[in-house]
Design a protein around this ligand. Structure first.
Ligand SMILES: C[S@@+](CC[C@H](N)C(=O)[O-])C[C@H]1O[C@@H](n2cnc3c(N)ncnc32)[C@H](O)[C@@H]1O
Length: 371
């Protein structure tokens, strides 16, 4: 079975963010973008998969679903797996591993399914299998249909390759980018994060404004596939000259270590000239000179053992500062408890579904421009 010239590419995201990821993918002119549970599918070829890794800010990983066949039992699975044109996709000198999932199928033992596919690849190609291989072949067996994908990303895409330092509860860059988009941010206004931690929102906002591609400096699993063409990739990756944004991006935090981290991270990302970081508490926050824009913030979360009163007071103080000093600005606040958002007293619009951020379910609360 030869790999299709065009196939389905799946871009994964946290459940709840599929619609906003689809918006981004459409804006980047990928073909046939469809929202599905846990992500977005598009149609494309291997170069489209490279470009998705390079340009899409919101996806956690990019899978190339390049083969599919029916199989009702393990012997049939192994036999059909032999017919996949592995040699056109995998390299015989690069170790691989296989992960399988089964749902609603006669084949229900995912470990056994993975072993059979691994055996077929070893026999067909002679490539070594290894638990810690950089290349992951994924087999999803659903209603007796086995879909074969390659994880083209490798390390998850929130790892842009710049952050040297992260704080206690960092927002993943992929999620920060999608929350910025959900707040209507498109690079054309200033952004303020008054509890910036390691600087995720400020750095993402600055990169978007400067037209910097999120995957511009990191490596990807697809570089180890037989379908890779280093010269064509260099052409695609070569930076277009960075735009010169008219606005600046501002982060503050009461913690000196956070400000140090943010500055180091912004410098490594090449946006130090666009981002200003200052150490102060929210009580000392005031809007930067110039037109209003977006305040986006994820304050400390509430947890069961946390000090409820202290947190409530913190959110109230944040709300008061924003209400009294930030007329004309829109607010985006990410937190895990509705009562904390409400404690701000801000006039929030209806919320969208909560999303999982490193095991904590968080919700984006947005306002229109404050009056
Ligand atoms: C959940 S973290 C923010 C994480 C950040 N978005 C990131 O991606 O790294 C909350 C931050 O709020 C800061 N913070 C807590 N109370 C504050 C206050 N009163 N004024 C300013 N910053 C505060 C903490 O130091 C911490 O860095």
């Amino acid at each position: 079975m030869a790999p299709a010239d065009h196939f389905e590419i799946f871009l994964a995201t946290a459940p709840g963010l599929e619609a906003v990821l689809r918006e981004e993918v459409v804006a980047l002119r990928f073909r046939a973008a469809k929202q599905v549970p846990g992500g977005v599918t598009v149609n494309g070829n291997w170069r489209d998969a490279w470009r998705a890794n390079l340009e899409v800010r919101g996806a956690n990983k990019v899978l190339a679903r390049f083969a599919a066949f029916r199989a009702f039992h393990l012997t049939e699975l192994e036999k059909r797996a032999h017919h996949v044109a592995w040699g056109e996709v995998l390299r015989r000198d690069v170790p691989f591993r296989v992960e399988a999932t089964c749902r609603g199928s006669k084949i229900y033992h995912s470990g056994a399914a993975a072993q059979r596919i691994e055996k077929a690849i070893r026999e067909e190609l002679g490539a070594p299998a290894s638990e810690d291989a950089a290349i992951t072949v994924m087999a999803r067996i659903e209603s007796d249909l086995c879909t074969i994908s390659i994880d083209t990303s490798g390390e998850l895409l929130h790892k842009r390759g710049f952050k040297v330092a992260v704080g206690k509860a960092p927002m993943r860059e992929t999620m920060a980018a999608l929350f910025l988009r959900q707040c209507g941010y498109d690079g054309g206004e200033p952004v303020v994060d008054p509890m910036c931690g390691s600087g995720s929102f400020v750095i993402e906002a600055a990169e978007i404004a400067a037209g910097l591609k999120p995957g511009r400096e990191r490596h990807f699993a697809f570089e180890h596939l037989a379908t890779f063409d280093a010269a064509a990739w260099e052409d695609m990756r070569r930076a277009a000259p960075a735009a010169k944004p008219a606005f600046r991006f501002y982060g503050s935090d009461r913690d000196a270590g956070a400000i140090e981290m943010s500055r180091a991270n912004a410098a490594r990302a090449g946006v130090a000239a666009l981002a200003e970081f200052r150490q102060h508490a929210i009580s000392d926050l005031s809007p930067p000179a110039g037109p209003p824009g977006l305040v986006i913030v994820n304050p400390p979360y509430g947890d069961r053992i946390g000090d409820k009163k202290r947190l409530e007071a913190l959110y109230r103080a944040l709300g008061e500062t924003l209400c009294t000093r930030f007329a004309g600005w829109r607010i985006g606040l990410i937190t895990n408890e509705a009562w904390l958002a409400k404690a701000t007293g801000l006039p929030f619009l209806p919320t969208t579904a909560p999303v999982a951020n490193g095991g904590i379910r968080v919700t984006l609360w947005r306002t229109a421009a404050l009056t």
